[in-house]
Design a protein around this ligand. Structure first.
Ligand code: AMP
Ligand code: FE
Ligand code: FE
Ligand code: ZN
Length: 282
């Protein structure tokens, strides 16, 4: 069984539509795919409608969170699987984060324009195509303007990686764990040791998150070194958390392929059994 539990579509900052994503997953030989767009469930219905026979679909999302226990607060990503997409408190929080992303995106564009960069917010919204707006959509505008050649070049420190990186108002991570559990979902900490993405949280926070209802840790991810993967596995073992692996596929916004990293069947089964929000589609 090949199981990829973290992928993005055009409902956020991926480049395949949800229908194209499930088709590509089946063609790649995956048996299980999770669709986990940033802060939205908008891709669930089109992915479910296009799901090829033989591909199991885990409906999920990747929640933009922050640990506010230190200053400055540290951003982190929480994967949420098989939660009820109509649970009012969670729905309201996802909508709030999407609005915060738009406000922050517009401020980033304002700063770039103030420095003479000829891109517009309307253009960026066009690239997002109605999905959750993220820096990759601003990157597309920078590419169009001829300032960088690739999305990853747009994340260099002189662009969106640092100089024009502004924080967004993410969900407090303990609130997020509570909301996901309250909606019958299963929360898994995405790429928890990815030092190359920026500051990471201490293991003591992961211990607290586990006590608050965290279910798993993503170990096999392209942003983790072999040492970081081993560390995550050890910690998960100590805390009784499941270990996952995934591609974090974003289409042509990143070079990683679907199924580049995968989750073991027993970990996947534990997630499915623990969830009560919506069923696995298979
Ligand atoms: P945001 O959610 O707006 O903060 O933007 C973060 C998103 O940008 C991540 O989810 C990735 O999809 C993408 N991203 C971050 N770093 C890079 C990079 N170095 N190259 C390409 N995409 C990246
Ligand atoms: Fe992304
Ligand atoms: Fe992430
Ligand atoms: Zn992701």
């Amino acid at each position: 069984m090949r199981i990829d539990l973290h992928t993005h579509s055009t409902a956020s900052d991926g480049t395949l539509t949800p229908a194209e994503l499930v088709t590509a997953a089946a063609q790649t030989g995956l048996d299980v795919l999770a669709i986990t767009d940033h802060d939205t469930t908008a891709g669930w219905a089109p992915a479910a409608a296009a799901r090829p026979a033989g591909l199991a679909l885990v409906r999920g999302a990747e929640l933009s969170c922050r640990w506010y226990g230190v200053t400055p607060a540290i951003p982190l990503h929480l994967l949420a699987y098989l939660f009820d997409p109509t649970e009012p408190e969670l729905v309201a929080e996802l909508a709030r984060v999407r609005r915060a992303r738009e406000q922050r995106g517009e401020r980033i564009v304002d700063r770039l324009r103030a420095d003479g960069v000829d891109i517009t917010w309307d253009e960026v919204l066009g690239y997002a195509g109605g999905g959750t707006v993220g820096r990759p959509h601003i990157a597309q505008a920078l590419i169009r303007a001829g300032l960088v050649a690739t999305t990853s070049a747009a994340f260099a420190p002189q662009w969106l990686g640092e100089r024009y990186r502004l924080p967004k108002e993410d969900t407090d991570v303990f609130t997020a764990v509570r909301l996901v559990r309250g909606a019958g979902g299963v929360p898994v900490f995405a790429h928890p040791r990815a030092t190359r993405r920026g500051t990471i949280v201490p293991d003591s926070l992961i211990v607290e998150m586990a006590a608050a209802g965290l279910f798993g840790l993503e170990a096999d991810h392209e942003d983790h070194s072999p040492q970081e993967r081993a560390h995550v596995r050890r910690l998960a073992g100590e805390l009784g958390l499941v270990v996952t692996g995934s591609s974090d596929f974003h289409g042509t916004h990143k070079s990683v392929r679907l199924g580049a990293h995968t989750t073991a069947p027993d970990a996947y089964e534990r997630i499915v059994i623990a969830a009560t929000g919506v069923p696995l589609l298979h």
